[in-house]
Design a protein around this ligand. Structure first.
Ligand code: SF4
Length: 368
């Protein structure tokens, strides 16, 4: 089999040669995302971080916000278990800006899940030898440098080169992860050739994505959305496919917005749905869950009546006191809505910590 055979991790992603263990785990939905801070000094015009998270010193594991204390740490471990995580990606803001915190979380994850729990870290800071040494001691597996576009042409003289060479002397796997800019193909090619020259094992090229926060900056520079995509920038993936043809030994992975959504996120939701679903939840192919709900001011009393009148059994419902509702087998919610005037709905929600609703279909009735 040729080293240059082009393969896919799913959807329209493409790669050739060696790729990161982290990317393989991510495609299976088994890599937890640890957003260690929203703080970052670089202010890239293409930064996709949301208003809610950007520039705030908050921590999230997947979609769940956690506090930086014992409670938060238990929440993080719960979340990792809920998706059967094989690894964690520590991402920006800039994890190096809160280095002590980053080190603490690497140590906790390694202690809880063992040395095989693969941890990669993504930063635009050209890390120093001393920072590499302490990250290595903490157990970091892979360090991905986000080389800023203004250094792609002059990489040989940049601090990023020194960083990568220093990482190569440690136990940490060096890598590079950068956005694919369709108007900077020349600079990108020269960077890839230079990285291959120093022996970098692989590079991750991300399709440039439009978000609520970078839309204006991208628009001002003439970037527009490609056909059949809500977020992918026109020409970005195509530029990545051109890079796959370069005569280099290094592994190249093209990670697209469609892949992130329809493979990585979907598989992560499916993992979580399988772990958290009650026996009355229906898991969809997209990884969302469907169940019936009955809204009532007094769920305990209502359940007593439903047991008597409809023979509802214990395994067919759960009382959610926080939301004043009964969550129940969808068919039962339909039957109850036909025969009573209770406020019944069919709900589809993400199996995430906050159980965000995707759709709510009213079946009739009103809250008692
Ligand atoms: S380095 Fe990353 S987090 Fe910081 S501004 Fe750039 S894209 Fe955003």
């Amino acid at each position: 089999m040729s080293k240059f055979e082009i393969k896919s991790l799913g959807a329209d992603s493409r790669y050739r040669g060696r790729i990161s263990e982290g990317c393989q785990q991510c495609a299976k939905g088994r890599k937890m995302v640890l957003f260690i801070t929203g703080k970052c000094n670089f202010h890239c015009f293409y930064c996709p971080i949301s208003e809610k998270r950007g520039n705030k010193d908050d921590i999230y594991v997947n979609e769940r916000q956690i506090s930086d204390d014992d409670n938060g740490i238990s929440g993080m471990i719960e979340e990792a278990k809920a998706i059967n995580a094989l690894g964690t990606g520590i991402t920006c803001g800039d994890p190096i800006k809160v280095l002590d915190r980053t080190l603490k979380y690497i140590r906790i994850l390694k202690k809880e899940f063992g040395v095989k729990h693969h941890i990669h870290l993504y930063t635009a800071t050209p890390v120093t030898e001393e920072q590499i040494r302490i990250l290595d001691d903490a157990g970091l597996d892979e360090l991905r440098l986000h080389i800023l576009p203004e250094f792609w042409s002059g990489f040989e003289k940049s601090k990023y080169r020194d960083s990568l060479l220093a990482i190569m002397k440690s136990n940490i796997t060096p890598a590079v992860e950068i956005p694919l800019m369709p108007d900077k193909k020349k600079e990108l090619k020269s960077l890839i050739l230079a990285l291959d020259e120093i022996g970098l094992p692989f590079i991750n090229l991300n399709e440039l994505e439009i978000s609520e926060t970078n839309e204006q900056g991208l628009d001002e520079r003439g970037y527009a959305c490609r056909k059949n995509s809500l977020v992918g920038v026109e020409g970005s993936r195509k530029a990545g496919l051109e890079m796959l043809k370069l005569p280099v030994m290094m592994g190249i992975n093209i990670c697209t917005s469609t892949h992130k959504d329809s493979v990585q996120l979907r598989n992560r939701l499916l993992q979580r749905a399988k772990n958290i679903a009650r026996n009355f939840d229906v898991i969809t192919n997209d990884g969302t869950i469907i169940y019936g709900i009955i809204e009532t001011k007094n769920p305990d009393e209502t359940v007593k009546k439903l047991k008597k009148e409809f023979g509802v059994r214990k395994r067919e419902y759960r009382i959610n006191h926080e939301k004043n509702r009964i969550e129940i087998v969808p068919e039962l919610a339909e039957e109850i809505s036909r025969k009573t005037d209770l406020a019944c709905f069919i709900v589809e929600s993400y199996p995430t910590y906050e159980e965000i609703e995707v759709e709510r279909i009213p079946l009739g009735g009103h809250e008692d």
